[in-house]
Design a protein around this ligand. Structure first.
Ligand SMILES: [Ca+2]
Ligand SMILES: [Ca+2]
Ligand SMILES: [Ca+2]
Length: 342
């Protein structure tokens, strides 16, 4: 029983308007065109109905607008402003562990919208093609300190330019991958020679550190290498220095850093430790062994060089490490600042 039926539909371009529509406009060649007007014309509409739609064109601004009963609201305003872009994204600096590298880029915006705080991100990959790329956690500044994890890897910097005004966020642009990152390896540095005891008053005492490679391939930041002298009786270091404050002499294969004019304890035992950017390189001792209680070798048991000097040692003598890494008391004069004689 349904005495009243008020179903009435209009179809334009269709004779079967959709059941859910009071008006069904069907076309694949034309659109629905709303009244287009400027603000003055819009505001001239008397008693606009709630839900009334117009397309506002006012100067450079265009908006699809609806009347909500009290005012006109924007539904959508197409923008002609374009997002900013980044170009010339590059990375500079020494690609070694512990070095700080820096990114640079040029910010551009067609409408001269000025730059807001753009987003930065450093990436690590296995090769220059970006294989297995990952975003490095926390690496979101222009500068990045190369970490041990980056050893042998490639790095890239990405910037997502952001504008203060207009269309805000552009596309991320990445630099080329740079690398591979090299380690200023601890393995290339070693305690190379020292002299601590001789006949009569101790003289010419020194420690020589050797880092492989000629002058051009030495670590950029020698302050990351520390030498400490340890006292075996209390397991504490009593003298320490960084390589940047020592005299450097180089040949084609190595550079030598001589810590001269120091008083080195005569055992037994006492020790010498060397640390680099990646931590302790080695901790050697003479006339016995002990575990360092503090400093760069803290908690590490020393390696006895196995040879020693005494009150009969020549004043110009030294204990030298051979090319093969074997410690010996040299029968020759010391070779401070030059290749060892053994
Ligand atoms: Ca813009
Ligand atoms: Ca001494
Ligand atoms: Ca030497």
């Amino acid at each position: 029983m349904c005495p009243y039926s008020a179903i009435s539909q209009v179809g334009i371009g269709t004779v079967t308007p959709d059941q859910s529509a009071i008006l069904d406009i069907s076309s694949t060649t034309g659109g629905l065109l709303l009244p287009r007007m400027n603000e003055t014309q819009r505001d001239g509409i008397s008693n606009p109905s709630i839900g009334l739609l117009i397309y506002l064109i006012e100067g450079n601004q265009q908006c699809l607008q609806v009347y909500n009963g009290t005012s006109w609201e924007n539904i959508y305003c197409p923008t002609t402003n374009t997002v900013p872009s980044a170009t010339n994204v590059s990375v500079s600096g020494t690609l070694n562990v512990s070095e700080i590298i820096t990114a640079a880029y040029a910010y551009q915006d067609a409408e001269s919208d000025i730059e807001d705080v753009s987003l930065y991100q450093w990436y690590r990959s296995d090769d220059a093609s970006g294989t297995n790329e990952i975003a490095i956690t926390g690496a979101t500044s222009l500068n990045y300190t190369v970490s041990v994890t980056d050893d042998g890897k490639y790095l890239s910097f990405g910037v997502t330019p952001i504008a203060v005004t207009g269309a805000l966020t552009g596309m991320e642009v990445k630099s080329n991958y740079v690398g591979a990152v090299g380690v200023v390896s601890n393995a290339t540095a070693r305690i190379n020679e020292f002299h601590y005891d001789n006949a009569g008053t101790d003289v010419n005492e020194f420690v020589e550190i050797r880092i492989s490679g000629n002058l051009g391939s030495q670590p950029a930041d020698l302050s990351q290498y520390t030498v400490s002298l340890y006292n075996g009786s209390d397991q504490s270091f009593y003298l320490t220095v960084t390589l940047d404050s020592l005299t450097q002499t180089c040949d084609a294969s190595n550079c030598y850093y001589v810590w001269d004019s120091i008083a080195i304890q005569n055992g037994a035992p006492d020790g010498i430790a060397l640390s680099g950017p990646s931590g302790l390189v080695e901790f050697v001792s003479y006339e016995g062994t002990f575990t360092a209680g503090n400093g760069i070798a803290s908690g590490v048991l020393s390696v006895n060089v196995g040879v020693f000097e005494s009150s009969t040692t020549n004043a110009n003598g030294a204990i030298e490490k051979s090319l093969a890494g074997v410690w010996s008391v040299s029968a020759n004069s010391n070779t401070k600042g030059t290749e060892n004689s053994l």
